[in-house]
Write a protein that binds this ligand. Structure first.
Ligand code: SF4
Ligand code: MG
Length: 328
């Protein structure tokens, strides 16, 4: 059976005033039903752009998919006729964003916005749609759903608003849910609540979840597999335990070292030095080389390192992955 989502060799460009920005340079990953695939990286690494390409919302600034495939159940969305493509994206793949306030319409009640989906896509009556809307608010554990369905987005706290957005995303029973930094704007306690709600709903509905984040702490408990992105490429891909136990790429290692550890007092945060490259000007060879403490001459010349097979289920785009990973 074809997987709910497979992305193959995706390329996305932005035409900017400073030249072509290669935002996504050959990204591949898949996600099974009931599985969580985390896409991890600093901002500007291409993870959100990848999600936007999947959802077909790459329009500001002018971004173009210039190559690759986005397969839903084996069917390439990029070659599907527009009407069918829109149907798949509306019904089968849903997305939640970091900022619920800008994703929800401020002038309509949340009940109205939820109801609209059922009226538009399921042909429900106003009354039935409102009942379903209330059930959804219940599902995402918003207290007093019967009353709150009549409230406007600004009347909800940040965490509750995020629950409303999750409800919106789940309305049409998607098979694939893409969550782009779903908890980044929230405080730590609320973050944990939202993540556990997402994990629970995903299990119950056997959804394929793509979790996009810059925060390695967030993915540890919920992800099955991780794709680490840097400068528009996947630079390491592995199961979550393997990555945490023994990263095979210096960038992943750096990300891990920058997670604050509660058990170490007075520790110094070793965030990775320097900044990710500007995407109109990616350095030759390994894009990470200016920041890499393992870099050698071979890292500074093209082509970029390929994804080396570290083990049967694991890859790293580092020439020196053996040294980086060490012995297990
Ligand atoms: Fe560092 Fe070279 Fe590996 Fe790139 S290929 S991560 S520069 S050691
Ligand atoms: Mg982003």
């Amino acid at each position: 059976d074809a997987l709910p989502l497979e992305v193959k060799d995706l390329h996305v460009e932005f035409r900017t005033r400073n030249g072509v920005a290669n935002a996504v340079n050959g990204v591949s990953f898949d996600v099974k039903a009931g599985e969580t695939r985390a896409i991890l990286g600093e901002s500007g690494c291409g993870k959100s752009v990848t999600a936007q390409a999947i959802m077909g919302i790459l329009d500001t600034p002018p971004g173009y998919v210039t190559g690759g495939q986005i397969l839903y159940r084996g069917v390439d969305l990029l070659t599907l006729p527009e009407a069918e493509r829109r149907k798949v994206r509306a019904n089968r793949i849903a997305m939640i964003f970091q900022d619920a306030l800008s994703a929800l319409n401020p002038v309509f009640t949340v009940g109205f916005q939820l109801s609209e989906q059922f009226r538009k896509h399921r042909g429900m009556s106003r009354k039935d749609a409102k009942v379903r809307a209330t059930e959804l608010l219940d599902l995402v554990k918003i207290p007093a759903a019967k009353q709150r369905v009549n409230d406007y987005p600004h009347q909800f706290s940040g965490g509750m608003r995020q629950r409303v957005m999750i409800a919106m995303a789940l309305a049409l029973d998607p098979e694939v849910l893409i969550a782009d930094e779903p908890t980044t704007a929230l405080d730590v306690t609320v973050q944990a609540q939202i993540m556990s709600l997402l994990a629970e709903l995903q299990r119950e509905r056997n959804m394929a979840l793509v979790l996009i984040t810059h925060d390695m702490g967030v993915v540890a408990d919920v992800a099955d597999r991780i794709s680490v992105m840097y400068a528009g490429r996947v630079i390491e891909e592995a199961g979550v335990e393997a990555i945490y136990a023994n990263p095979a790429h210096p960038y992943t290692k750096g990300l891990l070292e920058s997670i604050p550890r509660l058990d170490v007092k007075g520790q110094e945060l070793s965030a990775i030095k320097g900044l990710p490259p500007v995407l109109t000007n990616i350095p030759p060879g390994c894009a990470f080389n200016p920041r890499c403490r393992y870099a050698q001459d071979v890292c500074r010349v093209d082509p970029a390192p390929p994804l080396y097979q570290v083990s049967a289920s694991r890859t790293s785009a580092c020439h020196f992955w053996k040294e980086v990973k060490g012995d297990e």
